[in-house]
Write a protein that binds this ligand. Structure first.
Ligand code: MGD
Ligand code: MGD
Ligand code: SF4
Ligand code: MO
Length: 736
């Protein structure tokens, strides 16, 4: 392979350090290949190593056997999500493509669930088996007893299958375990989500950026990290609120090592200071918000003195930060965060973040939050029939009034265990490692044990996939068409995913797998008519886009779609009931929730225990990239961060292996200690995704320890159903 490991490590190390490298100028894949003499192809596509969907360009060469080989991945300079650069994970997509541990052929389980015994079968056999079992489940329990847990693009195709079958029990870990809580809270406040990929934060123009958690630089969402670096470069004040001295904290002018779980106290106190010192944007509040008087009255109780005690932060720092925000408003932003499933009262914390932004007037202001782009996409369903109503109401929202359409994975799981209000007996698991993504693995195992049928669609033999009765191997993103992707940055645009090489082994794209299953289930009307590429072309036509140009460049922007800031003739639209920003929420009050956020303390660790915190490795995505040969080389195992004074008192040395035992007596795999002053004394920290219990993943298996194993407790947010997962406590056990 022309792409050497040495070069990769060089690039990746640079991106891990925060500086990403730019690549060769690029305007047309065809022109570039021609200029290089035609022995090479360049294929613009979209990265799927995480969900930012950066525009990537795959360089493809022929090897000695005449086979196409992807030798390099680089960032597409035309694509606003990558801006010419890829992060380490993006560059290492080649490692996923050529991972010898990949699922290669469909498999049917031959042993007990979980013991890893399978036989390889043809697709025909796999489909017949799946269809027969699905029909049996439907006959006995009804179509609603089929559910799907998913994350990422494969789920889209199986959503079609499930809806066609008559089930609405579809849930994505990106809601309850991630950003759904925030989205619901911002919708309650602004009538809009704060953006998805990307969040609409105008970092590069910002004068003050507040990060609560949000560990940019470790959380490596490409364009956002680049903009953050730009902001740091031009001297923006960074206020980093984190119990740990994160990469972002190292760039900050003020690091606030907050006591975990007390962020809402800080946010409400900042509001009190900003309101009482009249530092808020009066005209903006007057024009665009409702409920200011109620807010003002409600936050008066949160004094800086009280806050200092509650958050364990210096009072002077609390006040100074509030004044900085006031001084530079509205060109400031409090980042809405992304993984916000922290303590079980997370929607109110997210509301507080939204409201603080609102009174500083950041929505629609340079350096604040840019306004949603105005590009219109014609609706397109390619002439497919309408789904009939699901046989029974989906259970995915539980009793949470603001749970949103993406569904609550843990509610599907609980229903599978209890059989109430009706049985769930079959699971599709598509592009999610449920054992790693959902808190309380004991419950996940219990639910799986209750299933009549478990179907996994994955690229790797993950722990969860290897419990399925039938495994349907998807090809990787570099081997498939996946559709046109709406890109919503300051402007609206379109990217796409198209294959760089043919699928290896006997793997297939998810669209094809779902489509063939539709046919087997007697739902041929819902099957893909011809090919996904043909469908993409029709969609491009419906959207008024030249598909060939898009395929040649990887990104097309919609003209005149960017109106990022408020002007006299570009007024913001708030899709709330009052059509204003709701500082006071009538809707929440109607559901007996605090209409203005209030502070609620969280449980404290007992003596000898530490709160377990977790976050991201900059060079891995969750658990999905640990086995990637390039990335594994960079980061093979996680460590547990322990404060130096605590380590001394426990007699624990740097790099010593220990185990962690949680409040429910669950003991982790061995993990190395990182003794550091960069973390508070009352908590420990580890990155998520390691500690695979998946023997067929030759590198990832038993590398490091799994945070999820220790997260046996979670506290559910009553507003949205999000699962707060930072409510677990661990002690250090020295014999590893
Ligand atoms: N490299 C990489 N980047 C990723 C991902 C990945 O897997 N790998 N995943 C992406 C996804 S889907 C998401 S959702 C995001 C998640 O990334 P973020 O949204 O940034 O996640 P957070 O949970 O906010 O951040 C973790 C940080 O919160 C700190 N923290 C812990 N407890 C508290 C607390 O009580 N208060 C405060 N203020 N801080 C606390 C931790 O010390 C840690 O530094 O990352 C995205 N980016
Ligand atoms: N303890 C703990 N739990 C967490 C988090 C945490 O930080 N700590 N983070 C939470 C957050 S923010 C999120 S967003 C979720 C993420 O949860 P998930 O997205 O479920 O994350 P992964 O564990 O990486 O599981 C991804 C699975 O998809 C498979 N996969 C990868 N690419 C493809 C593909 O192209 N096709 C198919 N079919 N499969 C593919 C991988 O092999 C892997 O089995 O986890 C949440 N849960
Ligand atoms: S941020 Fe990195 S991993 Fe995620 S899509 Fe972009 S290049 Fe790929
Ligand atoms: Mo996430």
């Amino acid at each position: 392979m022309a792409f050497s490991r040495r070069n990769f490590l060089k690039y990746a190390a640079m991106s891990a350090g925060g500086t990403l490298i730019a690549d060769t100028p690029f305007l047309s894949a065809r022109a570039r290949a021609e200029a290089e003499g035609g022995n090479v192809r360049y294929v613009p596509t979209s990265c799927e190593m995480c969900f930012w969907k950066c525009g990537a360009i795959a360089k493809v060469e022929k090897n000695k056997q005449g086979e196409d080989v992807v030798v390099k991945l680089e960032g597409n300079p035309l694509h606003p999500q990558s801006m010419g650069k890829l992060c380490a994970r993006g560059q290492a997509g080649i490692g996923q493509l050529y991972d010898e541990n990949r699922l290669k052929r469909p498999m049917i389980r031959t042993g007990e669930r979980g013991d890893g015994q399978y036989k390889e079968v043809s697709w025909e056999e796999a489909f017949n088996y799946t269809a027969d079992k699905l029909k049996a489940v439907i006959e006995k329990y009804g179509p609603e007893s089929i559910a799907m847990l998913s994350h990422g693009s494969p789920g889209d195709y199986f959503t079609n299958l499930l809806k066609a079958l008559g089930s609405g029990n579809i849930a994505f870990s990106s809601f309850a375990q991630c950003k759904g809580i925030r989205d619901a809270a911002w919708e309650l406040t602004f009538g809009h989500k704060p953006g998805s990929s990307c969040e609409r934060v105008d970092l590069k123009n910002s004068k003050v950026i507040v990060l609560l958690g949000t560990h940019l630089g470790e959380n490596m969402h490409n364009s956002q990290t680049q903009e953050f670096a730009e902001a740091v470069g031009h001297g923006a004040k960074i206020i980093c609120v984190d119990p740990r001295y994160s990469t972002a904290a190292s760039k900050a002018s003020l690091w606030l090592p907050i006591k975990p779980g007390t962020d809402t106290a800080l946010l409400l106190t900042w509001m009190n200071i900003i309101i009482s010192e009249e530092l808020y944007d009066k005209a903006y509040v007057e024009q665009y918000t409702v409920g200011f008087e109620q807010l003002k009255e409600s936050v008066q109780q949160y004094t800086p003195e009280w806050c200092a005690k509650e958050t364990d932060l210096p009072e002077a720092d609390i006040v100074a930060a509030a004044r900085d925000l006031g001084r530079y408003a509205p060109n400031v932003v409090i980042h809405p965060g992304r993984h916000v499933a922290w303590y079980g009262n997370d929607a109110q914390r997210s509301r507080a973040t939204a409201i603080l932004n609102a009174i500083l007037g950041t929505w629609g202001r340079p350096g604040g939050m840019w306004l949603p782009a105005k590009g219109k996409f014609a609706s397109f369903n390619d002439g497919y029939p309408k789904y009939s109503d699901p046989a029974k109401d989906p259970v995915i929202k539980g009793d949470y009034p603001f749970a949103g359409g993406e569904g609550l994975t843990q509610v599907v799981r609980d229903t599978t265990i209890t059989g109430q209000p009706y049985p769930i007996k079959a699971w599709f698991i598509c592009g999610t490692d449920a054992m790693k993504a959902l808190p309380d693995q004991r419950q996940t195992l219990k639910a799986i044990a209750n299933l009549d049928l478990m179907i996994a669609v994955d690229i790797l033999p993950s722990e969860t996939a290897m419990m399925a009765d039938v495994i349907l191997p998807e090809c990787t993103y570099l081997e498939r068409h996946d559709g046109l992707f709406k890109v919503e940055v300051r402007e609206a645009g379109v990217g796409l995913r198209q294959p760089a090489v043919e699928p290896m082994y006997d793997t297939k794209p998810a669209w094809w797998i779902a489509s063939e299953l539709c046919k087997k289930m007697g739902l041929a009307d819902f099957a893909v008519k011809d090919s996904w590429e043909a469908r993409m072309r029709r969609q491009a036509t419906a959207w008024g886009i030249d598909y060939d140009k898009l395929a040649d460049t990887g990104y097309v922007s919609l003209p005149d779609s960017a109106f990022p800031y408020i002007t006299a003739d570009n007024q913001p639209e708030f899709k709330t009931d009052s059509e204003k920003i709701e500082l006071f929420s009538q809707k929440l009050e109607e559901h007996n929730f605090d209409p203005v956020p209030k502070y609620e303390p969280t449980d404290e660790p007992e003596k000898g225990m530490y709160r377990l915190l977790y976050g991201r490795s900059p060079v891995h995505t969750f658990s999905r990239t640990i086995n990637d040969q390039w990335l594994w080389e960079l980061h093979k195992e996680n460590q547990v961060w322990l404060n130096k004074k605590e380590a001394e008192s426990l007699g624990v040395k740097d790099r010593q292996y220990v185990r962690l035992e949680n409040q429910d007596k669950v003991v982790s795999d061995p993990i190395q200690v990182k003794v550091t002053e960069r973390i508070r004394r009352d908590c420990v920290y580890m990155v998520h995704g390691f500690g695979h219990n998946a023997p067929r993943l030759s590198r990832a298996h038993k590398s490091g320890a799994d945070d999820q194993q220790l997260i046996t407790r979670y506290k559910v947010d009553p507003i949205t159903g999000g699962t707060g997962m930072r409510v677990n406590f661990v002690k250090i056990i020295k014999e590893a």
